[in-house]
Design a protein around this ligand. Structure first.
Ligand code: FAD
Length: 391
């Protein structure tokens, strides 16, 4: 007797693990992605654009800074935030990046380290999508090792003067405010730089093959003069920016699985229809083995993400555990996207199907927010007690 097929995550029954409210939020985001992104994503990816109004629409849905409390933020659980990232990334990693950078890097930096005045001024605007934020940590010569940054902030009376260059900054050219990390006499400090400030320039980076619907920019700070009130008062040292990265990495541990789920679901539909040697491609054992292996990795990744989410909600999640999730789930999502592409044959190299687009996006996701190698070293240090970052 033929059985009715189920989706990979239905087989794991991970849907039963979130609360009703978390599931409801995930369905709302899935509808948003289906209606607003899916019909146009291939074209936007090809032309490297994303409709500007998408940020405002994401804001009206309450997705920007959704896991923060107060200041017009939705105040959801961490699991709900993770599931939202997953649904967004099932559409495209570029859309999830816009939302992650806005909520977890820009808004979180203000929420966690800002003054009450900075919070009141920026958070409601950023939550609504009427203002866009970016987060400038990486420099041309310092990515994995941000402690070496050369951007400086020097006091001039009660003002600060910033000089330096930040590189690979998501949302840079469309941002209204940039959180900029700089060396000072007191170590690394953070500053909120309105992007209209004289001496601040954002140059869009073109010819990207990955994350094409997301804007990536170089930020140049040439004697940018800021009032003392631009300093994030509570952040001192590298723990300031790293705490923000930890928030974004948590979302990525869920997000990457959205891309993987989308690849796998599209591929299963394809192999059931595609006939090779007079039978559906799905009827071959090699195909079923690929599907079974990918389903196992997707499901295991989902269980890991939900476990991390519950720990985050309980306040017991460590940054090393976030490394476990980011490393595993992005690496496996990329492997799934590539394997799905093989099952689609030649059709898989076009934008008609999502796996190759997801795969090339996931190449960025593997690198940003801590490369896979950096997260491996974080885990290695925990296991051996020896930090192997320096040769
Ligand atoms: P490098 O640090 O030069 O690393 C190159 C290779 O060397 C990697 O494989 C790395 O793992 C390896 N490596 C480095 N050190 C070691 C070591 N000790 N041991 C072994 N291997 C090592 N940054 C921001 O601040 N804000 C953003 O919004 C932002 N958005 C981005 C968007 C995109 C599309 C991209 C591609 C990047 C973005 N980044 C952003 C930058 C990103 O975080 C960095 O690219 C990343 O940290 C890696 O730095 P790098 O590119 O300089 O590579």
């Amino acid at each position: 007797m033929a059985i009715t097929p189920v989706t990979p995550l239905e087989l794991f029954d991970t849907e039963s693990l979130p609360t009703d409210e978390e599931r409801e939020i995930a369905s709302t985001v899935r509808r948003f992605v289906d209606e607003r992104l899916r019909p146009d994503i291939a074209g936007w990816f090809e032309s490297a654009t994303l409709a500007q109004e998408i940020a405002v629409e994401a804001g009206s849905l309450g997705l920007l800074g959704m896991h923060l409390q107060g200041y017009d933020c939705a105040g959801t659980s961490a699991v709900a935030y993770g599931l939202a990232c997953m649904e967004l990334e099932a559409g495209d990693s570029g859309l999830r990046s816009l939302v992650s950078v806005q909520g977890s890097l820009s808004m979180y930096s203000i929420y966690r380290w800002g003054s009450e005045e900075q919070k009141q001024h920026w958070l409601p605007r950023l939550a609504s999508g009427r203002a866009i934020g970016c987060f400038g940590l990486t420099e041309p010569d310092f990515g994995s090792n941000p402690a070496g940054m050369r951007t400086t902030a020097k006091r001039d009376g009660s003002d600060w003067i910033l000089n330096g260059t930040k590189m690979w900054i998501t949302n840079g050219s469309i941002a209204d405010v940039a959180t900029i990390w700089a060396q000072t006499d007191e170590g690394i400090r953070g500053f909120l730089v309105p992007t209209g400030t004289p001496g601040f320039t954002a140059n869009t980076i073109h010819r990207k093959l990955s994350l094409r619907v997301s804007v990536t920019s170089e930020l140049v700070l040439d004697n940018v003069r800021l009032p003392g009130s631009a300093l994030l008062p509570e952040a001192r040292g590298l723990s300031g920016p790293l705490s923000c990265l930890n928030e974004a990495r948590f979302g990525i541990a869920f997000g990457a699985l959205g891309a993987a789920r989308d690849c796998l679901e599209q591929t299963i539909a394809y192999v059931r229809e595609r006939e090779v040697f007079d039978r559906p491609l799905a009827a071959y054992q090699l195909t079923q083995q690929k599907l079974a292996d990918m389903t196992l990795e997707l499901g295991k990744g989902m269980l890991l993400a939900l476990h991390l989410g519950r720990k985050k909600d309980a306040g017991t999640l460590t940054h090393q555990q976030v490394s476990l999730g980011k490393l595993n789930n992005v690496r496996e999502a990329l492997a799934i996207a590539r394997e799905c592409r093989t099952l689609l044959g030649a059709s898989g190299i076009t934008l008609e199907y999502s796996p190759m687009r997801h795969a090339i996006n996931l190449e960025t996701v593997l690198t940003y927010e801590g490369t896979s190698e950096m997260h491996t070293l974080v885990i290695g240090e925990q296991l051996t007690g020896i930090a192997a970052f320096r040769g």
